[in-house]
Each structure stands twice: as C-alpha cells, then as structure tokens.
Ligand binder design. Structure first.
Ligand SMILES: Cc1cc2nc3c(=O)[nH]c(=O)nc-3n(C[C@H](O)[C@H](O)[C@H](O)COP(=O)(O)OP(=O)(O)OC[C@H]3O[C@@H](n4cnc5c(N)ncnc54)[C@H](O)[C@@H]3O)c2cc1C
Length: 560
C-alpha cells in the first residue's frame, strides 16, 4: 500500500456544514430546494476536507458515483446515517450517463415473463415522476404494427403493463389506426403499416439526475467527492473498516474510515471485490449497448417509437430527446471494461439498418450527431450464455469481510437498490435501524411548478438563480453554440454549484453537448476551458491540455 496521508491531511474544516443530522432521522419529504446564499456549497475542496476530517469515522462509505452509489448514499443520508461517497472519475461518468434515458417498467421484460421486475420498476417510475418532476416527464410510445397479429398481441401485453402500474399508472394504452399512427410519427415507414398501439412511459436526463442526487446528498448533510478513487481497503481483524482513497487531482492517498463500505462501482465491481479478496470469483458479465443521435427531422413527432422485435429478437427505441432523436440499443457481450467504451462497427451498422427499415429517411453515418456506448453491469447466471438473457434485476452480495456489493438493476430502480443496500449496510455495521424515507423524498430542485420545456426547466427550483447569474454579465446570457441549447452561464453554474472540474464534465454531463452534437461540442471546448479556468483558478497550459483531451474524447463520438 502506498504511504497514507493522515486521515485529516487537509484537516481543520471537519464536521458538517449542513444542518444537524438528527433533523433527518424522521420522515422527511424535501430539504433545501433552491439556491440561497445559506446553501452549503457543493465545492470539491470543502467536500474533500470533510471526507478526510481528522478522526472521522463514517457510518457508511459508498464507492462509486453512478445511479446505484448515489441512490444508496442519498438513502443512507436521508435516514440520518453519516454518509460519504467517493467517485473515481466524475459523477455518472460510467454507465449512468449512457442510458437510453427511459424511466420505464421495461415492456421487454414482460415479453420475458419477468412480471415482478416490471411491477417494481413501474412503481419506481411513478415515484420518480413525483419526486423529480423537473427531470422526468411522461412520453408516448408508439408500437407500429405491420402484421395482422401484432395489434392484438402487443395490445394485450400493454394492457397488462397498464394494469401493473396500478394507481401509479399514466394514460392507458390503446390501439391506433394507420392514419393515427402516421399522425403521431409522420416519418414512419408507411409501406405495409396496419396501425399501432400507443402507451405511456417516462424519460429523463440521466447525468443531470445523477448530479441532482449528488446535490440532494449534500442537502441531507452527506459528502460526495468526484475524482476520488478507492484504491485499497482498510481491514481490522479481517473486516473492512474503510478505504484508501486517492485524490485523482493531486495523487495524494488517504485513509477514510467507515463502519460499512458499499461497493457500487458498476462494471468495475469485481475489481473492488478482488481488492477485498484476490480469490473472489467474478460476478459480472458486462454487455455493451450503443445509441445513435440523429437530427429531429428523422422523427419530428412528439412520440417515441418502440420496435418490438429486431433481427436479434430484442426491442429497439427511437426516442425524441432534447430536440434530437436517440436510436438504440444493442446488446453485445464484452470482455473489456472501460469508462470510455467504443461502439463496434457492426453495432453501428445494426442500428442504421433498423432505423432505415422503420423510418422514411435512411440515416447515413454522416447524419449521426453523436454515437455513444455504455456497459450494462449484468450479473452472471449459472447457465445463461447470452447477455440479453442475464438478469436485469439487482444483486446484493455481502463478502465474508462485510464488503457490500450492489450491482445490476436499472436507472429506473436506483432508489430501490439504494434502499436495499442501506438496509444491508446498517445491518452489517450494527447501526440503529431507521426507516427509509426516500419513496417520498423530493430531490434537489423539486418545485411545485416544474415546467418541462421552459428555459432551464431541468434546474427546477434553481432556475431563477441561474437566470440571475445570466444577468450578471452580458456575455453570460449568450448561447455557447448555435446548434446547442446551452448558455455561457451554465458553465459558470456547473463550476460553482455542480462540482464540474473539467471541460468534459461540463460538455458531457452537466450539459449534454457531447451527446447532442459531438462536433459542435468540440468547437466550444476552448471557450468552456477559459470559463472554467477563470472559475477554478487554472492557467493557460491547463486550458490547452483540457481542450486537447476533450477534442480527443469527442472524436470518438462522431462517425466520419
Ligand atoms: C446501453 C444502455 C442503456 C440503458 N438504458 C436504460 C434506460 O433507458 N433506463 C434505465 O432505467 N436503465 C437503463 N440502463 C441501465 C442503467 O444505465 C444502469 O443500470 C445504471 O446506470 C448502472 O449504474 P451504476 O451506478 O451501477 O454503474 P455506473 O454508472 O457505471 O457507476 C459506477 C461508478 O463507479 C465508479 N468507480 C469505479 N471504480 C471505482 C473506484 N475504485 N473508486 C471510486 N469510484 C469507482 C465509476 O467511475 C462509475 O462512475 C441502460 C444501460 C445501458 C448500458
């Protein structure tokens, strides 16, 4: 193990900067919703100082800042446990910024007969719509039918989907005539079309929900630090009692002590398990899924398309999102795990071919504004061979050392995963039993009048503060690029209030510029680097390195 810094190396600022934790031990609905000068800063230096405060022993330390880790940390902090989270790169850098952006029960899992999984996910869909209305909205999906049997067959399945949603249900599904189908999706291939079925599900912005969860954690008195990687585990009498955390910005390593450690590192979960026990067998079989992002002219209607059976017998989505269309996805078993997985040529070909089959305009590689890949942290089954057949349900494992690993699942069920992981962590650490309040917990930015579609709607209750920031300097209200929906002040906001540390953090996850138009995002990298440098106190060589690194990354997102 490398030399450890003192646990309080940056010391002097330990303790809470939020309100006393006891306030959160009972049922709670929401905490600070909107920016005020009294709001604790989501500032990395302050967070790191709290994480490493001398003598600090956290109740629960969560490793991994994707959907699962953030969901767990929010759950634990909401119960009043002293909670910290460390993320080795940026929040949602892994799979959690690379989803299809659906909050859904999963129509496909019904086809596989996994009714309980669908039931749970539909319940969570309802909760997310209630608790984060600024980030989640319902969306109509059309299943086109080209064969006589498809209408009644899928119609019956979707009725069951409605039924399972129960009182959390959205508008009921119904059959559409050929004309009604084309009204909703004017660019749907008309040849052979008989009609369709429309049903409701929901959609969101995955990386922004992740940042919102990190902000919620802060509101609850917890600590979250990005660019802080767990590189070792601390043990006492064979039991895990903390982690060695490396500050990826300085290289300094420190011991962080905790009563329970939750491994929520997604497809990297086996790595941490091996740090605990080099003999532990792998539990994950990652599977890659890619998406193509196209201009809205390919699908100008307000509804999404669900193709119920592709050539490899899966479903395919073409979803309007942020004034683009997201087409996906694939399911390709992969051996290598990476934070920047690359789409394979055959996956791109597969999506282009299927999109061309169902849309009147055939998209070509040059039409692809961005192409992104993500890795599903699927849990191995004993007999399953194809990853499409592996469990989408989540798995909770407790190692003999007490290390708790939570993996699998979906973004939609992150809260439920967090609840289960916290229950287990409390048990392992011998903490007081406390009820889980997150089913009704409003997330940071929640507002009565969440207005999807209006300017900065996704910032929720923080939107007025952002508007005030935009008014501070004339150039801060300027668009960053004519083909992107972002303004200069959002870069400043991301640095000041959302712990953005790099050009990539801003362009890939605080805004979604990288996914909406990878080339345009590369063009504005220098402007973003300059703004960030002013906020973070960085020099010109830093800016140059940032721009170079970002452009290199963005080149992997366009096709020609
Ligand atoms: C193609 C695709 C489409 C999908 N679409 C949907 C969808 O539409 N709806 C839905 O509900 N779900 C969807 N999912 C599933 C969902 O995205 C994932 O289940 C979820 O994002 C997994 O989150 P996670 O936190 O477990 O993993 P991750 O998001 O990968 O987070 C793990 C984090 O741990 C960090 N980490 C790793 N090692 C360390 C360490 N040693 N120290 C500190 N940090 C570390 C990583 O940097 C990473 O940020 C999709 C998945 C894929 C791949």
């Amino acid at each position: 193990m490398a030399a450890l810094g003192d646990s309080g190396g940056l010391g002097g600022q330990g303790g809470h900067i939020g309100p006393p934790l006891q306030e959160y031990a009972g049922p709670l609905r929401h905490v600070w919703y909107c920016y005020s000068p009294r709001m604790p800063a989501f500032d990395r230096d302050a967070m790191l100082a709290q994480l490493l405060a001398p003598g600090e022993v956290w109740d629960i330390l969560v490793v991994g800042g994707g959907a699962t880790g953030l969901g767990t940390a929010v759950d634990a902090a909401a119960r009043g446990y002293r909670t910290a989270l460390v993320e080795g790169h940026d929040f949602a850098k892994g799979t959690s910024s690379r989803s299809t952006k659906l909050v859904h029960g999963g129509v496909r899992y019904l086809q596989h007969g996994n009714v309980l999984l669908v039931l749970e996910a539909l319940r969570e869909r309802g909760r997310l719509l209630r608790n984060a209305p600024h980030l989640v909205r319902d969306l109509a999906f059309v299943v086109p039918s080209y064969d006589w049997w498809e209408g009644p067959f899928y119609g019956a399945g979707l009725k069951l989907y409605d039924l399972l949603a129960g009182r959390m249900g959205l508008e009921p599904s119904h059959l559409l005539s050929r004309e009604e189908t084309l009204d909703r999706i004017p660019t749907l291939e008309p040849q052979g079309l008989r009609g369709g079925i429309v049903y409701q599900d929901a959609q969101f912005d995955d990386a922004r929900l992740a940042v919102t969860l990190a902000r919620t954690l802060l509101d609850l008195g917890g600590v979250a630090v990005n660019y802080a990687k767990a590189v070792g585990l601390l043990k006492e009498s064979g039991l895990v009692r903390g982690a060695v955390v490396r500050d990826e910005e300085t290289g300094a390593e420190s011991a962080v002590r905790a009563r329970a450690i939750v491994n929520a590192t997604g497809v990297f979960a086996d790595d941490l398990r091996r740090l605990d026990d080099p003999e532990s067998p792998p539990v994950l079989a990652p599977s890659q899924g890619i998406h193509l992002v196209l201009d809205r002219r390919f699908q100008p209607g307000a509804s999404a398309i669900l193709v119920p059976h592709t050539d490899d017998r899966r479903v395919l989505f073409a979803v309007p999102w942020q004034d683009r269309v997201v087409v996906g996805t694939t399911d390709t078993p992969v051996a290598e795990r990476s934070l920047e997985p690359r789409p394979l040529p055959e996956e791109i070909e597969f999506l282009l071919t299927h999109a061309a089959r169902y849309l009147t305009q055939d998209p070509k590689p040059a039409d692809v504004l961005s192409c992104f890949a993500g890795l599903r942290p699927l849990v191995r089954g004993r007999t399953a061979e194809k990853t499409a057949a592996l469990s989408r349900d989540h798995t909770l494992l407790v190692s003999p050392s007490g290390l708790i690993t939570i993996t699998g699942g979906k973004w939609t069920t992150y809260r439920r995963m967090g609840e289960d992981a916290t229950d287990k962590a409390a048990l392992v650490a011998g903490l007081d039993e406390r009820p889980c309040p997150t089913a009704d917990l409003h997330l940071h930015g929640w507002t009565e009048e969440a207005r999807s579609g209006s300017a900065w709607a996704e910032y929720g209750a923080d939107a007025p503060a952002l508007a005030r920031l935009a008014a501070e300097r004339p150039d801060w209200d300027e668009p960053l690029h004519f083909n992107l929906p972002y303004r200069t002040c959002e870069v400043v906001w991301a640095a000041r209030h959302e712990m953005a540390r790099t050009v990539e953090d801003v362009l890939a996850r605080r805004t979604r510029a990288l996914l909406l138009d990878a080339r345009a995002s590369a063009e504005i990298a220098p402007a973003v680097a300059a703004l960030l440098a002013a906020e973070l106190g960085k020099d010109e060589p830093w800016q140059r390195r940032q721009v170079e690194a970002y452009r290199e990354l963005a080149r992997g997102y366009w096709l020609e």
